[in-house]
Design a protein around this ligand. Sequence first.
Ligand code: IMP
Length: 330
Amino acid sequence: MIDYADIIFGLAWGDEGKGKISNAISKNYDMVCRWNGGPNAGHTVYLGDKKYKTHIIPCGVFQNKLSVIGPNCVVNVDKFFDEINYLKYEGFDTSLIKVSEKAHIITQEHINYDLKVLKEKLGTTGQGIAPAYADKMLRVGKLAKDFIDKQYLWDGELKGKILCEGAQSFWLDINYGDYPYVTSSETLPYSACSLGFSPKKIRSIIGVAKIYDSKSGVDPLFPNSLLEDSALVKLIELGQEYGTTTKRKRLVNWLDLNRLISAVRKSGVTNLIINKCDTLEALNLFKIKVEYKNQPQLIEFDCLNSMKKYIFDHLSPYCEVIFSGNKSII
Ligand code: IMP
């Protein structure tokens, strides 16, 4: 029996700092569960000064919580056990990590196809994600129950207070994102219920965004008309905008406020966290992109506080708005 489920997910193109927030709040829950994606994700978590990175295992393990990889995820068995060994070596209790029997397995053939056919064309992470989901839909996929040792298989039971941890983000969603420059899973809160609970159990939906936009991989639809701007090149370094999984330099742009408002409204966000305000402050340039009469326009502010106020005024009718720094905890 579950008490309630809170959902945390990204409102942009990934890399908003979901891992940091999830790690900060997961001590308040009984279980932390991933509902989508696979090793294409990269979560960075700091405990004190020490940095940890995971790709498939939810952040709950850092706070001694039952950490579940749900049935809508895809798992690379070797990478899963590499991560288990890494966490074991670092002193975490890996008996808390469980995988749904119905999660699908990423095979070497999936990875080969992704690397050969999709990586260059769509800028995928090359982890075999799309081919694994394609086989799932064709109903020829391989299930975790046949590949993962029994001790790591989840009994499918949800108990107590649940934190659902999204991977990738709004504009990468297979249904809502900028298709085909998306991932192959559902990244929005609606899909967290695939873990096995009713939508009535959802208590809050925490959306994480950044105060500027970034996108990993190729995407002609990413609002990049301003990429010539040398300040944005500087922002890549200040914000260390390099992929956690791929190490690729990300595309960076000023915050697209209309997209953020749309993502907040469509996904029913109750609490919005806007990260990396300190990174923008270090750049000392404060701009937002808005649509005006169907034309993109840049608004410039004289300081971070006036930019925050503008964002707050536009978003607070829909949800609680919280501003955060890169490493600070909310
Ligand atoms: P795939 O998920 O590997 O098929 O990649 C599809 C698109 O999603 C590419 O543009 C990737 O860069 C992007 N992507 C996938 N996972 C992440 C992530 O965790 N953070 C940021 N971008 C991601």
